[in-house]
Design a protein around this ligand. Sequence first.
Ligand code: A4P
Ligand code: MG
Length: 177
Amino acid sequence: MFKRVSRLKRKRSMMFPVLLSFGSNLGERHKTLDSAWYALGQTDTIQAVRLSSLYETEPVGGPTGQPKYLNAAGIIHTTLSPEELLVVLQKIEADFGRVRTERWGARTLDIDILLYADRIVELPMLTIPHPEMLHRQFVLEPAHEIAGDWVHPLSRKTIAEHRQQFLATPLDSYSTK
Ligand code: A4P
Ligand code: MG
């Protein structure tokens, strides 16, 4: 019995590496991203390991006329499960004034879980790896800066390989002829 308890405790305190994506296109974007990163590291269950540079990017999708985004990626270590982590991230988004109105609409802060160790999660409220991560330069560039060697658990390719592939893919051309 004693052994079992101590094994459970050890398991509970294991840290898992997680790759996050950050985006902001409303308000004081730079300050919001810096403060959110700091807030994450202040929790007992999360270690803020490395934040990428900030990248200014054109909005992809969503309503037209949105302001530009600042995007970044961050590596954290956490004892939280993916579902528990999502709750903490949504609380931080709310603390920074995010109000969910329309999908892909402008936002003060968006934090997505890109990768959680090498886990695959398919729940109604949570999909990991993030399904859009490989098709978005605003995600791949910052992720590549800090996690180029991280292997995507579905494709088995690294983020560096995916970025290379993304950059080498020509845009589809559309012709009426
Ligand atoms: N959810 C499912 N999987 C995840 C995950 N891996 N990480 C659920 C985080 N959340 C996840 O997200 C909607 C629901 O997705 C959540 O309730 C959660 O349970 P949301 O953040 O409320 O809404 P959203 O962000 O509008 O939708 P979504 O699909 O997350 O959009 P994205 O993918 O975040 O894209 N252009 C530029 N340049 N830069 C950007 O950062 N971002 C978006 C939003 C569009 N265009 C952009 C950018
Ligand atoms: Mg999101």
